[in-house]
Design a protein. Structure first.
Length: 117
């Protein structure tokens, strides 16, 4: 069971250095534009939903030659007020910057296809 205030975010591992330095900033990246029309930090409420997304629609859009990181995000009660969820959606949108202190690497899954030298 996920602790209250704990959420998950998926990114490619090459983003980890900048995330650890500056946190997660609301964006509308190339992948998100396929499903969303607003900037945000996209989170999942539990690890099961995160892994389900990875093995389905999200996994199809991630590069096969990059490691994938699942980040564990801890939001306090005030920060959780910045979360919204559309009806019939699995992910949540966080409006604001999530500081590095609220982020830890849960796991890194190796690339499906090793990168070319």
């Amino acid at each position: 069971m996920t602790k209250p205030g704990t959420y998950y975010h998926v990114t490619t591992a090459d983003n980890l250095e900048s995330i650890q330095a500056a946190g997660l900033e609301p964006r509308l990246g190339e992948r998100a534009q396929k499903w969303e029309d607003e900037k945000g930090v996209w989170l999942y409420e539990d690890l099961e939903t995160t892994e389900d997304a990875l093995t389905n629609w999200m996994g199809d859009d991630l590069p096969d030659d990059q490691d994938v990181a699942i980040l564990e995000i801890t939001l306090d009660e005030t920060q959780r007020e910045n979360l919204t969820q559309k009806e019939d959606e699995f992910d949540l949108r966080y409006d604001g910057v999530i500081p590095p202190s609220a982020i830890k690497v849960h796991s890194i899954d190796p690339a499906v296809v090793p990168p070319k030298p």
